[in-house]
Design a binder for this molecule. Structure first.
Ligand code: SF4
Length: 231
């Protein structure tokens, strides 16, 4: 990788939106959170609810401008999301600076790019894309092992998320969890696609299989069902 020699303040990121809201996913759901949503994604999932991150114009911001926004909410956790945040190299100095400032940082990634260079202090929430996502087989080689290593080093520092559209997706995810004992290594989240899989059906399947995973509903969509951005 080419070393980035620009002064910190001049390093740039393409940003879809910055906002302050309630964290709606992961084991951190319910906490006040500053969101840094980066523009651009290398995948095109059928159910994507953030198409504007790669279909619409974005802002380009210097890292110190982004940090000034985060500084306005000193008690909040910070989530870097997308799009796909690891698609932009300058996300690494941003994460390093947030960690240096003792912020709790979550990185939400689609799993298609290696997570092994992400600082151990960052909590990675990594998707494993299912067959019905339209992005199957996108998981980067080594990311399951990297997730396990992160959780061994700092327990709970890598959460794995499956977004499910129906029974076939559920069965596929269940079998993968069991095959790799994913839920023994760290938090494992099963999330239904809104309007495609009923939470009650997913709950019934998890209970029937006695599968030790966490059923996750997108809390922000329950609080603000009429909004699609800034939540
Ligand atoms: S990885 Fe996320 S942002 Fe990218 S297309 Fe899939 S759902 Fe959308």
């Amino acid at each position: 990788m080419i070393k980035n020699t620009q002064p910190f303040s001049q390093q740039l990121l393409n940003i879809a939106e910055l906002f302050y809201s309630i964290q709606g996913e992961s084991t951190y759901a319910g906490l006040p959170c500053v969101f840094i949503r980066l523009a651009g994604c290398n995948l095109r999932c059928h159910y994507c609810d953030a198409r504007y991150t790669y279909e619409e114009a974005h802002a380009t911001m210097a890292l110190d401008v982004i940090l000034s926004f985060v500084d306005g909410y000193p008690g909040a956790i910070v989530e870097i999301t997308g799009g796909e945040p690891l698609f932009q190299e300058n996300v690494f100095p941003l994460m390093a600076e947030l960690v240096a400032r003792k912020r709790t940082v979550l990185l939400e990634t689609n799993g298609s790019l290696p997570i092994d260079a992400v600082a151990p202090e960052v909590i990675v929430v990594m998707d494993i894309k299912t067959p019905d996502s339209g992005s199957a087989d996108s998981l980067a080689n080594g990311n399951i092992a990297a997730a396990r290593a992160r959780n061994k080093n700092i327990p709970g520092s890598c959460e794995i998320k499956f977004v499910l559209t129906g029974r076939d997706d559920y069965t596929w995810a269940r079998d993968l969890v069991n095959q790799h004992a994913l839920n023994a290594s760290g938090p494992t989240l099963f999330s239904p696609v809104k309007g495609q899989l009923s939470p009650a059906d997913l709950a019934a399947w998890i209970l029937q299989d006695q599968l030790a995973v966490r059923l996750q509903l997108q809390l922000h969509t329950l609080i603000w069902p009429h909004l699609s951005r800034g939540i």
